[in-house]
Each structure stands twice: as structure tokens, then as C-alpha cells.
Design a protein around this ligand. Structure first.
Ligand SMILES: [Zn+2]
Length: 247
């Protein structure tokens, strides 16, 4: 087993975590429970949202400007509960056409700028993931992690590149994964996670929001079925060197 050569990185060692999400609610739907625990453990949480998330807005009469404001307001409300220190946005068009390499250079900038020791993102290798925003974000994060120390690969900000001296990334935690190697115990934060999810009103009508909360609760119990705790969030946690050639 690979894990015997390269142990699964211990996310509880994290001091600063960059959580890169395709849409404004992905980090929290998938991982708010463990992120709250890591925050309690002393880690700083920085969120980076790749798209503008405007396509899923339920009320189509809302202007894009009003919708963008509502999305950010909800993100801040949720972020207060989770304990997010900083929020950043890249603003690429939700479900739209944008260049993969440009996104990668922006993510590279934030990795070099914020210098996280752990990174959370969506698993781009999730079987049957059809949403390109998720695939592109997860892959761009994975490549940016691999390339962070390579000076010749430019980020989108030359001044950030010039100041960057290198740093250690201990691990990448992929959420929305079908091949977890770690089930995070969220028994103590499961109820607060429900409060977090209830903040996200702009993209869910009340009924589908309650359905999501119920589904996430069921999934968290299912994830923990072989564990000694009640509720879990499945993660694939890899050392950066495991992101290339399976070594
Ligand atoms: Zn999403």
C-alpha cells in the first residue's frame, strides 16, 4: 500500500489551510464539519472561490449585481460560523468558458501569497463528476500545488512570484471524493454544520435546502458506519508528491 511508504498527512497539524472551491458553498457542503474542528485546533482558514456562481441563483428576476451581493453576504454569514479568516474570489463565469491555465496561474498566485501548509479542494477525479467547474478547479489546484516551488512557472502576479521564497505544503485534502482514505470525525460539529448550510438561501429554495441538509446528514452517518464515531466527512488526503505518477 502506498500509505505505508507515504503516510496519510495528518490534517490536525495544519496551521493555515487554503480551501479552494468552484462555487461559494462547496467547501462548506463537503467539509464544514472538519474545517470547524481544524479551526478549533488553531488553524487559520482561507477560502478562495473560483467562479461567480451566478448560474444557480433560484430567483431569476434578481440582477447579477444583487445576486452577487446576496451570495457574498451568505458566504460571510456561513464563514462567521465556520471561523473563516479571509475570503477571496476569482470571479470566473459559473459553468462558462474560461481558460484552465489562467485559473491555474491565479490559484498558483494565492498558494504563493498565502503559503498554506494544507489545501482543501474538490476531487477532480470523482467518477461521474460532470460539472466542469469542479473538474477544472480540483485539477488546477493539484497542478498548482505540484508547481508552487517551480520558479519558472509564473503565477498571475509577478510581484507575488518575486517575493516567494518557497514553503512546505504538507498535504492536499480532496472532498467530494469516492475514494476516501480518511474519514474525518465531525460528530461534535455536525449540528453547527447544519447552521452553516442554512445560510445558503440564494441557490436553494427552502425545500431543496432542507433536502440537502437531510442528505448530508445521512451521508455523514453512512461515512462513519465503520468508525467509532457517529458522523464523518470522507476525504482523500494526499502528500503533494503523491499527485504525480502515483509515487
Ligand atoms: Zn459546486
Amino acid at each position: 500500500m502506498l500509505e505505508t511508504i507515504l503516510p496519510i498527512p495528518d490534517i490536525f497539524l495544519a496551521k493555515r489551510i487554503l480551501c479552494v472551491q468552484p462555487h461559494y458553498d462547496d467547501n462548506d457542503i463537503a467539509a464544514a464539519g472538519i474545517l470547524m474542528r481544524l479551526r478549533q485546533n488553531g488553524a487559520e482558514l482561507i477560502y478562495l472561490t473560483v467562479t461567480d456562481d451566478l448560474m444557480g441563483v433560484v430567483d431569476v428576476t434578481l440582477s447579477d449585481e444583487a445576486a452577487a451581493q446576496a451570495l457574498k453576504r451568505e458566504q460571510f454569514e456561513a464563514g462567521k460560523i465556520v471561523g473563516v479568516k479571509e475570503q477571496h474570489w476569482l470571479g470566473y463565469p459559473d459553468a462558462g468558458a474560461y481558460d484552465y491555465f489562467v485559473v491555474r496561474s491565479d490559484i498558483l498566485k494565492y498558494i504563493r501569497l498565502t503559503q498554506p501548509d494544507f489545501i482543501f479542494t474538490a476531487d477532480p477525479w470523482l467518477t461521474y463528476e460532470a460539472h466542469r467547474d469542479h473538474i477544472q478547479t480540483g485539477l488546477a489546484v493539484s497542478e498548482a500545488v505540484m508547481f508552487a516551488g517551480l520558479k519558472k512557472i509564473a503565477s498571475s502576479d509577478p510581484s507575488v512570484d518575486a517575493a516567494y521564497q518557497g514553503h512546505e505544503i504538507k498535504g492536499v485534502a480532496f472532498y467530494f471524493t469516492r475514494e476516501p482514505n480518511y474519514i474525518a470525525d465531525i460528530t461534535s460539529t455536525g449540528e453547527s454544520k447544519v447552521d452553516v448550510l442554512r445560510c445558503y438561501k440564494t441557490q436553494f429554495d427552502p425545500e431543496s435546502l432542507e433536502q440537502l441538509i437531510l442528505a448530508m446528514d445521512l451521508k455523514s452517518r453512512q461515512a462513519a458506519k465503520d468508525e467509532s464515531f457517529e458522523r464523518g466527512e470522507p476525504l482523500k488526503v494526499l502528500h503533494p508528491s503523491a499527485l504525480h505518477c502515483g509515487i
